[in-house]
Design a protein around this ligand. Sequence first.
Ligand code: BGC
Length: 251
Amino acid sequence: MSRRAIGIDIGGTGIKGALVDVKKGKLLSERFRFETPKGGTPHGIAETLQDLIDQIPGSDGLPVGICFPSVVKNGVTMSAANVSKQWIGLDADHLFEKELKRTVHVLNDADAAGLAEAKYGAAKNVKGLVVMTTLGTGIGTALIHNGKLIPNAELGHLQIDGVDYESKAAYSAKEREGLTFNQWAKRLQKYYSTLEALLSPDLFIVGGGISKEHESFLPLLKLKTAIVPAENRNSAGILGAAYWAKKHTVD
Ligand code: BGC
C-alpha cells in the first residue's frame, strides 16, 4: 500500500502543495507555492492546482487532499469567508476531480491543521478535547476529541461584544490596526476565555504563520487550559490534507 499522497493548502493569497509521506507526516518534496489567482474563483484555482501538481515529482496517479477556508460537507464547499462567493454550494471534490483527473478530497483548512497536530504534532496522544485555532486572515478552528476530528467547527465567527470576533482577534486585525502584541493579546484573552467558558477544553493549540512568534503573545494569556503553539507550522495544512486524502482512498 502506498503511503504517499499530495497535500495542497489553498489560502487567500497563496496555494502551497507537496508530496507527503502520510505515515511519517513528512514532506517528500519541496513545498511549491503559487499565487492564488485574482478573485479566487473555482476555475482559476483549479487551473493553478494543475500547474502546481505538474511541478511535484512522482505525483502521478496519487490522491490529492486539498484544504480550503470554508465549511466542507461531503466535498461541497458550503461557505466562503475571505474567498469568492462562487464557492458556496459548489461540489469542489467533483470540480477538482474533473479538472485534475484523479481522486480528490477537500476539507476545511483549520480541520486539516488540526488533523496534522492530532497525527503528527502537539495533539498526538492527547486525551479529551483539543481546540486547534489558526490565527491568520481569519480565525480557523478545529475540534479534536480523543484524536478524532469533529469537522467544520466555525468558532472564529463567535459573536463577542456584538461583532464577529475574527474581525478583532485574527492576525490580520493586528496587522490592519497596527496593534502591539500587548494590545492584540487583550483581544486574544477575551477570545480564548470565551472558548474556554463554552467548551472546557483540555488543550488549546495555536497555529497560523504568527505562531512562530508565540513567545511574544502566548505568555501574556491567563487561562486555566494549557495553550501551546502548533508543531507543524507552514506545512500543517499540506500534511493534514494529504492525510485526509489517503484516509479516504482505497488502494
Ligand atoms: C472561515 C473558516 C476558515 C478560517 C481560516 C474563517 O473565516 O470561516 O472556514 O477555517 O477562516 O481560514
